[in-house]
Design a protein around this ligand. Structure first.
Ligand code: NAP
Length: 158
């Protein structure tokens, strides 16, 4: 079974999205996302895939959870179907890249969380699941890098 790595950016209220988009524009975070995921398979919900204009991002195999049909990517009808597929794959890591519905359904699956803490509150309509009360219990902070306006934090299960 590959390791599942969840990558997300949230604000102090766990907001991750607004009107189908990111609520903020942080170029360093987009670069961090690109550098971290490059070459790795990415599992996402149909909402995120739409945000990518229904095209896979370059250099990263794209897997979409949806009840719909797309000819340019592999789709799954359920989390179980996705897990069965990745179990049989040769991948050592799979990145879970959201959105809100997918993060919520895969928190138990994730081995690692790579979080961008956005320091300012933005307000929005899509949220990351509450996990912070599990920090120091389920989730151990193993890395933190503070920047102006945001922090990159990594949590490992265990
Ligand atoms: N800040 C961040 O790090 C971050 C990261 C990612 C996304 N976002 C934001 O999050 C928002 C999008 O999130 P969202 O919750 O609206 O959408 P989403 O999670 O990307 O996608 C939801 C869709 O995924 C499909 N789906 C959900 N559960 C499924 C399951 N168990 N099996 C098969 N298909 C399933 C359904 O597609 P069908 O309707 O086609 O069946 C559902 O409508 C946007 O605002 C985006 O900008 C933020």
């Amino acid at each position: 079974m590959p390791r599942f790595i969840t990558i997300a950016a949230h604000d102090p209220d766990l907001v991750i999205g607004k009107d189908g988009e990111l609520p903020w524009r942080i170029p360093e975070d987009l670069r961090h996302f690109k550098n971290t995921t490059m070459g790795k398979p990415m599992l996402m919900g149909r909402g995120v895939f739409e945000e990518f204009n229904e095209k896979p991002l370059p250099g990263r195999p794209c897997y979409v959870l949806t009840s719909g049909n797309y000819s340019n990517v592999t789709t799954f009808r359920s989390i179980e179907e996705a897990v069965n597929y990745f179990e049989k794959s040769n991948y050592d890591e799979v990145f879970i890249i959201g959105g809100g519905q997918i993060y919520k359904q895969t928190m138990d699956l994730a081995d690692r969380l790579i979080i961008t803490e956005v320091h300012q509150s933005y307000g929005g309509d899509v949220f990351f699941p509450e996990y912070r009360h599990e920090v120091g219990k389920t989730w151990q902070e193993i890395e933190r890098e503070d920047h102006d306006g945001f922090s990159f934090v990594t949590y490992e299960r265990g």
